[in-house]
Ligand binder design. Structure first.
Ligand SMILES: Cc1cc2nc3c(=O)[nH]c(=O)nc-3n(C[C@H](O)[C@H](O)[C@H](O)COP(=O)(O)OP(=O)(O)OC[C@H]3O[C@@H](n4cnc5c(N)ncnc54)[C@H](O)[C@@H]3O)c2cc1C
Length: 350
């Protein structure tokens, strides 16, 4: 079976690894000139580690990643509660910059003999009952199946003429990757509720390196507690869209990852969802049929979009009543072990 994967982000790389592991070597192209060095997605769920275990990628990730020891909530600078993690398999959460996760996926693909074709942009496709003809890097080749894993602005999705319905959130979010040698509680994922429905998050990336993200333009200025920043590796701003494609599969072409869905970083699900799409798709392709791919992954994507919007709306609520009650609810949850376990399962693996 001739399979083309468009996009060597975490979704495309997982599809490549999972196909190669099952004995089907795909081609994988990317328009970039080489691996990305962007640290975008940080949080890796245990269920993602389970997917990446057979290929050996999870073991390499585990050696380098930070295993978060808890999730702490603050009202302004004041800590309200800390929920402990790691009390069972479903409550583990790892932190690693996305470029390192991609590095370990690319290494796993290379161990199976795979090679990523960089500098090869997807330019268009046509398909009929015999094959999909793909124009890429100035040439045209036939394939039995094409996987569009080319991100939120997917050219494969556009070539299929598919809608990407949803909405854009108002305002800008900001991000800073910083080094800080003495940040308090350095293995804890920390959220700070700010006035006017804003939020700031600090997530460990590696020893003495942290991601600060805020729903305001300047992430470091938004942080309501002091942080001794010795180096800012990268900072920037971004806007958020909440969208999901209408069809995950059209003929011989399937979409996965951000090409099929995008949402806010609340809940940290984007990369994990794309990796799960890719593993599901690879399994179906090797087992001989795409039946059920759209239904299964569209439903899961819709669930994750709803989850991340629920979390985002809860932490960004401007209702004075909700903002007054929330700290008490968090304190109660942290004080009662069964509530604490249920809350951790909801946030980390729900
Ligand atoms: C600032 C920021 C912070 C984030 N934080 C988190 C987080 O904490 N947790 C989380 O889970 N998610 C997070 N995300 C989202 C996460 O980064 C994405 O969900 C994830 O990268 C999706 O992976 P993907 O492989 O589907 O798409 P991408 O990573 O976008 O990869 C798509 C690939 O396709 C290639 N490509 C595009 N067009 C073409 C073409 N025409 N031809 C060939 N190749 C092409 C691109 O070069 C790219 O390599 C964050 C995103 C941003 C921007």
């Amino acid at each position: 079976m001739k399979i083309l994967i468009v996009g060597a982000g975490p979704t495309g790389l997982t599809a490549a690894v999972e196909l190669a592991r099952r004995g089907v070597m795909p081609r994988i192209i990317d328009k970039r000139s080489g691996p990305s060095n962007l640290s975008r997605a940080v949080g890796i769920q245990q269920r993602t580690m389970d997917i990446l275990t057979p290929s050996g990628a999870a073991e390499e990730i585990r050696k380098e990643a930070v295993c978060f020891d808890g999730v702490a909530f603050h009202s302004g600078p004041r800590r309200i509660a800390k929920l402990a993690l790691n009390f069972d398999d479903k409550s583990r959460l790892y932190g690693l910059p996305q470029d390192r996760t991609e590095h370990f996926l690319a290494r796993a693909f290379a161990r199976y003999g795979g090679k990523i074709e960089y500098d090869t942009p997807f330019e268009g496709l046509t398909q009929d009952e015999t094959c999909a003809r793909v124009q890429m890097g100035g040439t045209e080749s036939p394939f039995d199946q094409v996987i569009g894993a080319d991100g939120a602005h997917s050219a494969v999705r556009a070539a299929l003429g598919l809608e990407f319905p949803g909405f854009d959130l108002p305002g800008q979010w900001s991000i800073a990757d910083v080094e800080s040698p003495d940040w308090r509680d350095p293995q804890c994922f920390q959220g700070f509720l700010l006035p006017h429905g804003d939020i700031c998050i600090v997530a460990p990336l590696e020893a003495a390196r942290f991601r600060v993200i805020a729903s305001r333009p300047d992430a470091l200025a938004a942080l309501p507690v002091p942080m001794n920043v010795t180096n800012i590796r990268r900072s920037g701003a971004f806007t958020i869209s909440v969208r999901q494609v209408t069809d995950y599969a059209v003929g011989r072409v399937c979409l996965a990852g951000d090409a099929a869905h995008c949402h806010s970083p609340a809940g940290g699900r984007g990369m994990n969802l794309g990796i799960a799409d890719a593993a599901d798709l690879a399994g179906r392709l090797v087992d001989g049929g795409l039946a059920g791919y759209h239904a299964a992954r569209h439903a899961e994507g819709a669930h994750v979009l709803a989850f991340s919007e629920t979390v985002r709306k809860a932490v960004q609520s401007k209702s004075p009543l909700r903002r007054m009650v929330m700290p008490w609810v968090m304190k109660l949850v942290a004080a009662v072990p069964p509530f604490q376990r249920a809350a951790v399962h909801y946030f980390v693996s729900g």
